[in-house]
Design a protein around this ligand. Structure first.
Ligand code: ARG
Length: 432
């Protein structure tokens, strides 16, 4: 054991050798020039994050560091950077390809989608997103991707997979592209309270860690109306009760106001999209503590690149109304102080561009801090993992990112994350 003297520390800061302690665990110290405490919104100067293996042991000042006795330490010098907790996204489809929409989708097998997912997982992590909720994948490709990442086979964020999205026959979560002779039914389709409970149980059985269902029509599905509710209250209640009984959170896809109100009444944890949420819906969300996960960037991509990517003409038509209205309602919800999640629908647009939504959320009513909180501590709470991630505190995972300038000044800085650590392992750094 030796004490780390200040002079020794400064000289070590420029080195980054890797050492293992006696018990084989690597201790890493990150010198954060500015560390954002996402809970208080304060930027703390010259903090030292001490990491044992994959977990933050403590966050201390230089004075505390001098008293630290340690065998060997790996130092990471981020003294000229702004350090934050890893970002999170409540709504992605890692197996989705932004260039492959509409009828092009029919040519893609589930194994092929999983391989696309490998590429997308890497892009997502490199963009600074260290945990994502994957709200719907063909088969259980997202569960397999989660496992491959956990096993260290491929790099990617921590995934909270939904497996198959649950939906009504002919609804947004079904596949309505083919005629009767060549008909296809999506894996999560079920009608009736007991049938949907079975789907929840099956999803859990095959690895889902969150339940996603479709409570209204959608933009990208054929023949559905965004304003029309899908599933009755009894069916929604059955999904939510069964999921909660099994310890799973529930995310509902819902654009139209009736579907949103009914889903909130049924007890969902988050409403995805929320495009036409009424004032009544906003009040209900506030009263029930329901999170809104509003993907207010994606419209720009759909309307500019969508046609080439194969998005149906009817979908482009729907998007022209939905995108605009959704931003207005986001502003109303932000003003009312509803709990905001950070959910983007990456997969519809390119993975790795998850950070583009920050600037939109600020343009439409949140402060930069609130937008960052949505993507860190709020999402962590919505996911039910706030004791593990969401802020840089003792006992939490060492999921840490850094950017060059102050994101509280210009939140679009988070579109260019320079340093990414996930679970104590560095995946991206300026030096490399
Ligand atoms: N997956 C969603 C749907 O098809 C995408 C909605 C995108 N548009 C929007 N303005 N958020 O309904």
């Amino acid at each position: 054991m030796r004490k780390i003297a200040l002079a020794g520390l400064i000289s070590l800061l420029s080195l980054s050798p890797t050492y293992a302690n006696d018990d084989g665990m690597i201790t890493t110290v990150i010198h954060a020039g500015q560390l954002l405490d996402v809970k208080s919104g304060k930027l703390l100067k010259d903090q030292f994050i001490i990491i044992d293996g994959d977990t933050i042991r403590d966050v201390v000042t230089l004075r505390d560091m001098e008293d630290m006795e340690e065998e060997d330490i790996k130092f990471i010098n981020l003294s000229d950077m702004f350090v934050l907790p890893g970002l999170t996204d409540a709504h992605v489809h890692l197996t989705g390809d932004a260039n492959i929409h509409g009828y092009k989708r029919l040519t893609r097998s589930t194994p092929r989608a999983a391989i696309t997912g490998v590429r997308n997982a890497r892009r997502t992590l490199m963009a600074g997103f260290t945990t994502v909720r994957n709200v719907g994948a063909p088969g259980f490709a997202d569960v397999d991707l989660m496992e491959a990442i956990e096993d260290g086979d491929v790099p990617g964020p921590t995934i909270i997979p939904a497996g198959r999205s649950i939906g009504i026959t002919g609804g947004h979560c079904d596949n309505n592209l083919l005629p009767y002779e060549n008909r296809e039914t999506a894996g999560g389709v079920a009608d009736g309270p007991w049938a949907v409970r079975t789907k929840v149980r099956e999803n859990k059985k095959f690895g889902a860690k969150v339940i996603k269902f479709c409570g209204t029509g959608g933009v990208l599905s054929k023949g559905t109306k965004v304003g029309a509710q899908q599933f009755s209250f009894a069916e929604m209640k059955a999904i939510v009760d069964e999921a909660h009984q099994l310890g799973l959170k529930v995310a509902v896809h819902a654009h139209g106001e009736e579907g949103i109100n009914t889903a909130i009444r049924a007890g969902v944890d988050s409403v995805e999209h929320s495009s036409f949420i009424s004032d009544e819906g906003i009040r209900a969300a506030k009263a029930n503590g329901t999170y809104l996960s509003m993907d207010i960037y994606v419209s720009d991509y759909i309307l500019s690149e969508g046609e080439e990517a194969g998005i149906l003409v009817e979908s482009l038509e729907k998007e022209r109304t939905v995108g605009k209205k959704q931003r207005e309602r986001f502003q109303a919800a932000a003003e009312a102080g509803v709990k905001m999640a950070y959910g983007t629908d990456a997969g519809v647009y390119p993975h790795g561009d998850n950070g583009k939504q920050f600037a939109y959320m600020v343009k439409w009513g949140l402060s930069p801090l609130q937008a960052i909180q949505a993507a860190t501590i709020n999402n962590a709470t919505l996911f039910g993992v706030e004791t593990h991630i969401g802020s840089l505190e003792s006992g939490k995972m060492a999921d840490i990112i850094a950017v060059e300038s102050n994101p509280l000044g210009d939140v679009s800085e988070l579109e260019h994350v320079d340093f990414v650590m996930k679970g104590g392992t560095v995946f991206k750094s300026k030096e490399e």
